[in-house]
Design a protein around this ligand. Structure first.
Ligand code: LLP
Length: 432
């Protein structure tokens, strides 16, 4: 029943990070995003310690803010001294306002506008991950104007199919991201970047996909990247210092998902890098990993209040809750499955199935199909969706003019608001 060890039940109530979720629902209202601060730090530390042990002190973790970003989170990242992957001026701005030192930020994305590039340089973002030729020229131009030398990585597509769902399968040759080794474009862009006087090429990046469980994808990616790097050394006389392998390790949303042991995974990648570098006589580069989901997913939980229970005899049962695709669009977009629990009725048998749906005006607004829950669910019951820390708040919208829920952080049996609930006036605050 519990897919993560920060969940438990006591006296029929669901506890998360040692706190009664029904009490949190009454205190803060629903829908409500909860985040377990200790779990975020614990997940970060598994990466930090293992990377340091396997790759040494120049290597490290870059948290991918697209999974979830708000100021308090960047404060934690600053305290934990980890780097970040940013993809927009908005993420850069949020980190900056939180006092995060952006020298450790890597700016990603396949279409950075001229304004984005200038803004990132104003904020002293440490590294740009160059995706394409036009971007290389634009970053060169802006850096030359400022008389700086901008550190960059070049994004490479290793040509790997991770067999995750299509929207996040990014390592294949035909991806919109990066430059394929197979087509010669990776080498061509590398040569171009090496020839630009205001860019300092520090190494290479790849990202194979997200929610990845396939056995040795990261090992294979590392090996392909190192072979590419060795060929670049031979042809262009350039030796890279950094190999950034992106993010992507999968997390458990339901009992059907395997539990990935990050420490073992990284150790296996390190071993393959060691062997490959030996074979190629290539100096072992600093290695960066960019986890997003595996840092915040199991640190998150969403609470909803049931509004109606509808039984359609001979067909199915529906439970409508006070949130939905506006705060979690992942079922609508990817058919993602979640574990759903009755926060105040944990001692009962879960012997009836319901489709849990949201309050938006469209039939695709589904949170979970066939959720097993107690009989006689009723208006006012609290439902918890587990593992919602990644790609929920960050992907939330105001569809149907629904205000976004607050984010409440849980720490040492206390709670604090990290993002307040949106008000109706917030919704109209941009309207003129
Ligand atoms: N680095 C790069 C360059 C990425 O594109 C991504 C994710 C990450 C790191 C972090 O990957 P993670 O460790 O979180 O898997 N909205 C989708 C996920 C999109 C992921 C995009 N890139 C979802 O809700 O499943």
């Amino acid at each position: 029943m519990f897919i993560s060890d920060n969940l438990s039940s006591r006296n029929g109530h669901l506890f998360f990070a040692d706190q009664d979720t029904t009490e949190l629902a009454s205190q803060y209202g629903t829908p409500l995003y909860l985040m377990d601060e200790d779990r975020i730090r614990k997940n970060l530390n598994i990466y930090k310690t293992t990377i340091r042990k396997c790759f040494g002190k120049d290597s490290g973790v870059l948290y991918a803010g697209k999974a979830c970003a708000f100021r308090q989170l960047y404060r934690i990242l600053q305290e934990e001294e980890v780097g970040i992957d940013v993809v927009s001026a908005g993420e850069i701005h949020t980190a900056y306002q939180a006092g995060y030192n952006l020298e450790k930020a890597f700016f990603h994305g396949n279409n950075k506008t001229d304004q984005d590039i200038a803004f990132a340089m104003d904020r002293r973002v440490g590294y740009f991950v160059i995706d394409n030729e036009e971007e290389a020229s634009a970053v060169q131009e802006e850096a030359a104007k400022r008389r700086i030398k901008q550190k960059v990585l070049v994004r490479i597509t290793p040509g790997i199919d991770t067999h995750t769902y299509e929207a996040v399968n990014t390592g294949k040759v035909d991806s919109k991201f990066g430059n394929a080794i197979a087509t010669g474009q990776a080498e061509k862009l590398t040569e171009r970047v090496l020839g630009l006087p205001s860019l300092e090429l520090k190494g290479f990046h790849c990202h194979v996909g997200s929610q990845v469980f396939t056995e040795d994808v990261f090992e294979r990616a590392a090996e392909i990247m190192l072979e590419f790097m060795a060929s670049v050394r031979e042809k262009l006389l350039y030796t890279a210092e950094i190999l950034d392998l992106g993010g992507g390790y999968g997390v458990r949303y339901t009992e059907d998902d395997p539990l990935i042991d990050i420490e073992t995974k990284i150790t296996d990648v390190a071993e393959r890098i060691g062997i490959t570098c030996d074979r190629l006589q290539y100096p072992v580069p600093a290695v960066l990993l960019e986890p997003g989901r595996s840092i915040v997913a199991d640190a998150g939980l969403t609470l909803y209040t049931v509004g109606s229970v509808k039984e359609i005899p001979g067909y199915k049962n529906y439970i409508s809750v006070d949130g939905g695709m506006a705060d979690n669009p992942r079922y609508a977009l990817y058919r993602s499955n979640y574990t759903c629990l009755p926060a105040g009725r944990m001692n009962e048998a879960f012997d009836k199935t319901y489709d849990v749906v949201g309050r938006c005006c469209e039939s695709g607004d589904i949170l979970k199909v066939s959720a097993a829950l107690p009989k006689e669910m009723k208006r006012g019951d609290i439902l918890a969706f587990c593992t919602t820390g990644a790609y929920n708040y960050s992907m939330a919208s105001n569809y149907n003019r629904i205000p976004r829920p607050p984010v409440v952080m849980l720490k040492n049996r206390k709670s604090y608001v990290a993002v307040r609930r949106e008000s109706l006036d917030d919704l109209t605050s941009l309207d003129v």
